[in-house]
Design a protein around this ligand. Structure first.
Ligand SMILES: Nc1ncnc2c1ncn2[C@@H]1O[C@H](COP(=O)(O)OP(=O)(O)OP(=O)(O)O)[C@@H](O)[C@H]1O
Length: 333
């Protein structure tokens, strides 16, 4: 199997620097991404971490300063014309004529790209808009507007869908509908690359994720791998928690009280905890793995990398090279 068969998107050492009034700002820094073919890939990071800039580079809307991009094996932007028919993207708020119905807008778009008219009903169905297809766009909820935009991108049957923060501004019901739509598209064999700064919105639907902070990759893999890599903890119930804590700490584990239990971090093999304690005649009556949610991992990884946090490097002076972010520590594979 070639890389092109396995990955819809591959970036290698991608870099983009913007000129600002204060000098230069590194928006994307040595970013190497791999988005597997099929499934939903969550592209996650706090505000200002370079997600939009990366997506714009994938679509040929912004030119990278350095690095390489391949979409289905084609170099982008050079070979964009060969691959553009396989890519559908939503990078801005959807815009349609307010007085036109969803069906009318889609029919005009289908005509423009020579898609068969029957395709309009199919994409309305795929985005759960059929019942409201004849209402004016102006009467649609934000979520319906967003789904109409998705319907429009589906007209040409793209293999890769790229959505930049598609749930921005939506209420929980709208978020749920977009999530369901993304899942359905992935289950049909398409690849969905979706950016978000809100983990909870993507965690439930993503098969794989890449987490970025200050333009750098912090972690990537399946959701289970990314969570698993950060260890998680084990809740331990034992008759003498204070003495047990001493024993475990002496073995190099991190131990915190948790009511009348202990939370033990840093041990991948929970059985060893039982063994360490049993050797001291401390008999464990509870040993429960406590999985770190993706949310916890995300917050831990991106701590101090949001826009509100003081930059570790700051803007470089004009003409000077910007130092790489010191916040982008570890985790990337
Ligand atoms: N045209 C531009 N000129 C100067 N700086 C820019 C420009 N576009 C983005 N930036 C800066 O580059 C960095 C990355 O921005 P980008 O929009 O790619 O991040 P993001 O992760 O998509 O954020 P958000 O979730 O807020 O959209 C930010 O510091 C941003 O201010």
């Amino acid at each position: 199997m070639t890389v092109a068969d396995e990955y819809a998107v591959v970036t290698k050492d991608l870099r983009k620097t913007y000129r600002t009034a204060r000098g230069t700002r590194v928006a994307v820094d040595s970013l190497s991404l791999r988005v597997p073919v099929g499934g939903v890939h969550g592209f996650l990071g706090p505000n200002g971490s370079g997600k939009t800039t990366t997506i714009r580079m994938l679509l040929g809307l912004v030119r990278a300063d350095a690095g390489r991009i391949r979409i289905f094996g084609h170099h982008v932007p050079e070979a964009l014309p060969e691959v553009v028919g396989r890519v559908g993207a939503i990078v801005e708020s959807p815009k349609f004529l307010p007085s036109f119905s969803g069906r009318r807008s889609l029919t005009l778009l289908a005509d423009a790209i020579d898609a068969p008219t029957g395709r309009v009903d199919e994409v309305l169905e795929a985005t759960a808009l059929r019942e409201r297809a004849d209402d004016a766009f102006s009467a649609y909820s934000l979520g319906m507007k967003q789904r109409l935009a998705i319907a429009a991108t589906l007209l040409k049957r793209p293999d890769l869908l790229i959505f930049d923060e598609p749930t921005n501004g939506l209420d929980p019901a709208g978020i749920h509908e977009i999530r369901t739509t993304m899942r359905r598209l992935a289950d049909e064999g398409r690849t969905v690359l979706v950016s978000s700064h809100i983990l909870a919105e993507v965690e439930q639907v993503a098969d794989t994720v890449s987490i970025v902070g200050r333009g750098r990759l912090l972690a990537t893999g399946t959701v289970a791998e990314v969570i698993g890599d950060r260890g998680g903890a084990v809740r331990v119930g034992v008759p003498d928690p204070a003495r047990a804590a001493q024993v475990l700490a002496a073995a190099g584990l991190t131990v915190r009280p948790d009511g009348d239990r202990l939370l033990v971090e840093g041990e991948r093999e929970p059985g060893r905890i039982t063994w360490l304690l049993a050797q001291q005649n401390l008999w464990v009556h509870e040993l429960t793995p406590v999985r770190a949610g993706l949310e916890g991992v995300f917050l831990e990884l991106t701590q101090g990398t949001s826009l509100g946090a003081p930059p570790p490097d700051g803007d470089a002076p004009p003409g000077g090279a910007a130092a790489p972010s010191s916040a982008a520590a570890g985790g990337a594979r």
